[in-house]
Design a protein around this ligand. Structure first.
Ligand code: SF4
Ligand code: SF4
Length: 271
């Protein structure tokens, strides 16, 4: 089967195109529990904030269970066109992500395969992602400056070493930049999620928008902070503030406005 084109992915992926939400749905497979970084807004009791709605912890699935689940879903709902892995931890830090994607791709090559990642391992895992049929990638980028990043990330665990503070933040952004650049070069569709954290990165998001655009991202999705974990004392940004930020950044990079902050086991239509 020939590779899905950019146009086809945009037309059918409900997270990349608002029009697609009317006709097509997606399923997230919660097969990835471990993570390799620590975001201060994450409590690990909930799904990864990459794709998050707090309140209920996802049930984990094994790759086999996930495949079975996709088979049943696709049989009863032909509108499901996208199979994604978005947590509850970091998909690329879990071997179960590969097994699941490979199996799903072998059985359903026509479905769009998608992952949501913190980007730390993206560049090095791209060959495997390609083999598993992944054509759409979301990378969460909250900061491109090490000063701002060091206020958001507790640590970054990379190749057996723990990096904290500015060193961790710098390592993460470099990896994210390279991952976005190479994913785009391979013809993947790239979305960037950025959590708007009042008083921490709100003044910095314009710089983030410019940097991810330069790296090659197609669209940006600003997600208002859900105060929890180390940021439990912050107030969430009001919707007007989020909208204003989207308006301000849209001349730099196209903004997504219909994200539903889905759980790692979300399924069906977005609306
Ligand atoms: Fe939590 Fe996701 Fe951040 Fe990992 S990348 S710490 S799972 S929010
Ligand atoms: Fe799409 Fe947003 Fe839901 Fe992810 S969280 S599946 S981007 S609507």
């Amino acid at each position: 089967m020939k590779e899905q084109t950019y146009e086809e992915i945009i037309r059918k992926h409900p997270c990349f195109s608002k029009a697609a939400t009317r006709w097509f749905g997606r399923v997230h497979l919660p097969v990835a529990p471990k993570c390799n970084i620590s975001c201060h807004y994450c409590t690990r009791l909930y799904d990864c904030v990459n794709e998050n709605r707090p309140g209920v912890t996802s049930k984990l699935m094994t790759p086999k269970e996930a495949l079975q689940y996709v088979k049943q879903l696709v049989e009863r709902d032909e509108r499901i066109k996208v199979v994604g892995i978005a947590g509850p931890g970091e998909p690329l830090a879990n071997r179960s992500t590969w097994y699941t994607l490979f199996m799903v791709h072998r059985c359903f090559p026509e479905l769009i395969k998608c992952i949501s990642t913190n980007g730390l391992l993206l560049a090095e895992k791209l060959p495997e992602l390609q083999k598993a049929g992944v054509r759409a990638v979301t990378v969460t980028v909250n900061a491109v400056s090490k000063e701002v990043g060091s206020r958001i990330y507790g640590y970054v665990f990379y190749r057996g070493q723990i990096y904290t503070g500015a060193a961790g933040a710098e390592l993460l952004w470099r990896a994210q930049y390279e991952g976005i650049r190479l994913a785009r070069k391979l013809g993947m569709v790239v979305k960037v999620n950025s959590v708007l954290i009042p008083g921490v990165n709100d003044e910095h998001l314009e710089e983030v928008a410019r940097a991810v655009k330069t790296a090659g991202a197609h669209v940006m999705n600003i997600i208002p902070l859900i105060p929890q974990g180390g940021f439990a004392d912050l107030l969430p940004p009001p919707p007007e503030r989020v909208n204003l930020m989207r308006q301000k950044l849209s001349p730099i990079i196209k903004q997504i406005t219909h994200c539903r902050r889905c759980r790692a086991d979300a399924v069906g239509m977005l609306v």
